[in-house]
Design a protein around this ligand. Structure first.
Ligand code: SF4
Length: 319
């Protein structure tokens, strides 16, 4: 799945942003319609490669910056759909632009199927959301954008909400989940991503970094709420840091070059095959102090699916 950045600038300023800091926002000349058209055509002819996230299939993650503020966003979208009529297009967007109903309607109509959009949310109200997005009105616009997507999406087009789990985000999680259950329980999926400390985020790492165990226990505190969503996933969580009852939500999603294994992983851990491993940025910035081989079997049912390895927990009281 190629990550395909289509615009380097952004219309919010997330404290956890992993975009490169040095000059990236000023590279708009490399993302003109003509440049992107050439990349798409070269990719189709096998001449262009993108960074692969996994090998599941041949689909596009449209990223940025913020893809929807490309001056010719709808034209770029139409081009990709025309060249790749059957491929999944997944748009990673903060959703602000969809506050304009006509833009939401046209995007859904042009992109067709198969299509998914993943929108990050940070808080249950403007104060908490904008403490992370650092952009006035972004809460109201993202909420309106999601409402418009609900109204204008075509049957089969999916909407996902992403929660980027940093130490700051943990403070706002309860209020955010309450809002999502009250108004956005219709979304197809809620995904919790453990932070990747890269790019701009490195400047704020004292405010952001916490351990995976702390993070997983914050999510676990809201365990009863999770089952009320249509689907929940956890990305970038090592199994040894995560309570067993959350394991069925864990997905293995990291590209191989982002992962490392610590001593006990290779030699003693009983769940190495099912585990995503240790994110390199977690080892670099937090020291990965809670990574520890699992020496006893847990009461879980394995799925055989390398991306979603745990089907169920047989003993729901297990921690
Ligand atoms: S010890 Fe290593 S392989 Fe085992 S669960 Fe932890 S990170 Fe995964």
């Amino acid at each position: 799945m190629p990550d395909f950045p289509i615009w380097p600038q952004c219309n919010i300023a997330c404290v956890f942003c992993s975009n490169p800091t040095e000059g990236y926002r000023e590279t708009t000349g490399m993302y003109s319609y003509e440049e992107l058209k050439k990349k798409v055509e070269d990719y189709k002819r096998g001449l262009q490669t993108f960074v692969k996230f996994d090998e599941v299939g041949d689909y596009f993650n449209l990223t940025g910056g913020e893809p929807t503020i490309h001056p010719e966003f709808l034209r770029v979208l139409a081009l990709i759909r025309t060249e790749f009529p059957a491929n999944l297009i997944r748009l990673l967007s903060n959703g602000r632009m969809f506050a304009e109903a006509n833009f939401a309607r046209r995007t859904c109509g042009i992109v067709g199927l198969p299509f998914e959009i993943a929108v990050p949310m940070f808080g249950g109200d403007a104060r908490s959301h904008e403490a992370i997005s650092r952009t006035p009105l972004s809460f109201q616009q993202t909420v309106q954008g999601l409402r418009n997507l609900a109204k204008h999406r075509l049957p089969g087009q999916k909407v996902e909400i992403r929660i980027i789990m940093t130490k700051v985000q943990a403070r706002f999680l309860g209020g955010l989940l309450e809002l999502l259950l009250a108004e956005f329980a219709w979304v197809d999926r809620v995904v919790f991503l453990f932070e990747e400390i890269e790019g701009f985020a490195e400047h704020y790492k004292d405010r952001l970094v916490f351990t995976q165990s702390e993070c997983a226990s914050v999510i676990d505190r809201h365990f009863d709420m999770l089952s009320r969503f249509r689907e929940v996933r956890l990305y970038h969580f090592s199994l040894c840091t995560t309570p067993t009852r959350l394991w069925p939500y864990v997905w293995r999603t990291l590209a191989g070059f982002k992962v490392t294994w610590l001593d006990g992983c290779r030699t003693r851990c009983l769940y190495r095959e099912q585990c995503v491993g240790v994110h390199r940025s977690y080892e670099r910035h937090a020291g990965a102090p809670d990574i520890s081989p699992i020496l006893e079997r847990r009461p879980v049912e394995l799925s055989g699916d390398p991306y979603h390895p745990i089907r169920a927990v047989n003993d729901p009281t297990s921690l």
